[in-house]
Design a protein around this ligand. Structure first.
Ligand code: FCB
Length: 458
């Protein structure tokens, strides 16, 4: 008989996650400045349905209701992001007290509900004035980011229990600067590489700034997944190796080993790279992995046409390798393959590569989008989402049984929300949002999660 629920060690941290622009709304309130996502969503044809985060799930006003949902879910932690443009409206210069006040209220509400606040400092909402000066392509941003970290750390450091300066620098680089399908919408190809270096340097400086402000338990939330070669032919194996270097090790090697994975990449970076790497490799207390899916990559086909488009693959065209469909797996309604063994493989590949240099892992995001039906009598059946979390948690439990130090799992996301370029069409939440009324309805997966947490030994 299979166990009814995946089984985790005592003390394992259960959480749910969100991000400021995806949920808050209230973009013009209390002195918030503009971010690149305000600009991007105002441009035609950038986002499905012309959607914006101007209202989103109205979390800015309904955070008490959302914290009550988290409390009833039984999670030990809530991962949210702080909107940089609320705290420093121009990206540099004066701090906006009202912006800090909002997160102060949210953090107090969480503490009163016995939920550990876990704060991300940058979940993609670069202040527009900094983007106008080059954004993450320009080195100046790193010091402004550290100043912002200081302001937040000094105000919230006594109550926030986990800190993540960055969320998914790979996605900001690839989608935001290399391909242009996310804000700020620049299509620089390999000229986007400075954005890698500056995000990592900003991360190192912000980590130091947070520690100086008395904050502890600092890590990152970085997106990773295995890259599977399309076949065992040499050309496909090399293509997969190159791709995994670009999407995985390019980000984690500097943080965990203090170097870039290959010399060519180090040489492509701007500034005093060796000195910067010392800052970038400031020790972390944990390493947060966001896992969604594996990628299959093969050598480029011998045609002159563009690379095939594979949903969710982070790959620009015109390269000596290309994404291939991940066959043999079911897909979510977003088209992403559901491959729980990819999560186990991801944490094992980190454990193998970094050994003693790897701090404890948290899964800082994992989840799936299904186009759930509207609630009927307060009920939203979403068995596919239950199956997703159940299977991924079982895979993770196996990795822990193998001896890998994984300390927690944050479901993405507590509620449905603004899914970036996909707008509101994609629903990742454990709680359904009716965007016309802002009514929250817990889905079956919410109740499943609640029962699963309740059944854990800890
Ligand atoms: C991740 C993002 C998060 C959310 C999920 C579905 O890449 O960090 O904001 O959009 O994907």
């Amino acid at each position: 008989m299979p166990q009814p629920f995946p089984d985790f060690p005592a003390g394992f941290l259960w959480g749910a996650a969100s991000a400021a622009y995806q949920v808050e709304g209230a973009v013009d309130e209390d002195g918030r400045g503009r971010s690149v996502w305000d600009t991007f969503t105002a441009q035609p044809d950038r986002v499905v349905g012309g959607a914006t985060g101007a209202v989103a799930t109205d979390h800015y006003h309904r955070y008490r209701e959302d914290v009550a949902l988290l409390r009833d879910l039984g999670v030990g932690a809530y991962r949210f992001s702080i909107a940089w443009p609320r705290i420093v409206p121009d990206g540099k210069g004066p701090v906006n007290a009202k912006g800090l006040d909002f997160y102060d209220r949210l953090v107090d509400e969480l503490c009163a509900a016995d939920i550990a606040p876990a704060a991300t400092l940058f979940h993609w909402d670069t202040p527009q004035p900094l983007e106008d000066d080059g954004g993450w392509i320009s080195r100046d941003i790193v010091h402004h980011f550290a100043d912002y970290a200081t302001a937040v750390g000094e105000r919230l450091g006594d109550r926030v229990r986990m800190w993540m300066p960055l969320n998914e620098p790979v996605v900001v680089t690839m989608f935001g600067y290399a391909l242009g399908n996310h804000a700020p919408g620049r299509a620089l190809g390999f000229e986007a590489l400075p954005a890698v270096h500056h995000q990592l340097l900003g991360h190192g400086l912000a980590t130091q700034a947070l520690r100086a402000a008395g904050c502890s338990t600092i890590g990152i939330a970085s997106n990773h997944g295995p890259v599977w070669p399309a076949s065992d032919a040499d050309a496909d194996m090399t293509a997969a190796e190159t791709y995994t270097t670009l999407v995985n090790w390019l980000f984690s090697d500097p943080l965990l080993r203090g170097r870039y994975p290959v010399d060519e990449l180090a040489e492509a970076m701007p500034g005093p790279v060796d000195e910067d790497l010392e800052v970038i490799s400031t020790p972390l207390d944990f390493f947060g992995i966001n896992y969604y899916q594996p990628t299959v990559v093969g050598a480029a086909s011998a045609t002159d046409g563009p690379a095939p488009v594979v949903e969710g693959a982070l790959l620009p065209p015109g390269l000596p390798f290309e994404p291939r469909p991940v066959v043999g797996y079911q897909t979510t309604d977003f088209g992403w393959p559901v491959a729980p063994e990819g999560l186990r493989e991801t944490v094992s590949m980190f454990a193998d590569r970094y050994g003693e240099d790897l701090p404890p892992i948290y899964i800082t995001e994992s989840g799936c989008s299904y186009h759930d039906p509207d609630p009927v009598d307060g009920h939203v059946p979403d068995q596919a989402r239950i199956d997703y979390h159940d299977s991924h948690l079982r895979a993770l439990a196996e990795a822990i049984a193998d001896g890998i130090d994984v300390r927690g799992y944050f479901a993405w996301s507590i509620t449905d929300n603004f899914e970036w370029a996909a707008g509101y069409a994609e629903r990742f939440g454990l709680v359904h949002i009716d965007y016309a009324t802002q009514r929250r309805t817990p889905k079956d997966s919410y109740y499943w999660f609640q029962e699963m947490i309740g059944k854990q030994a800890g």
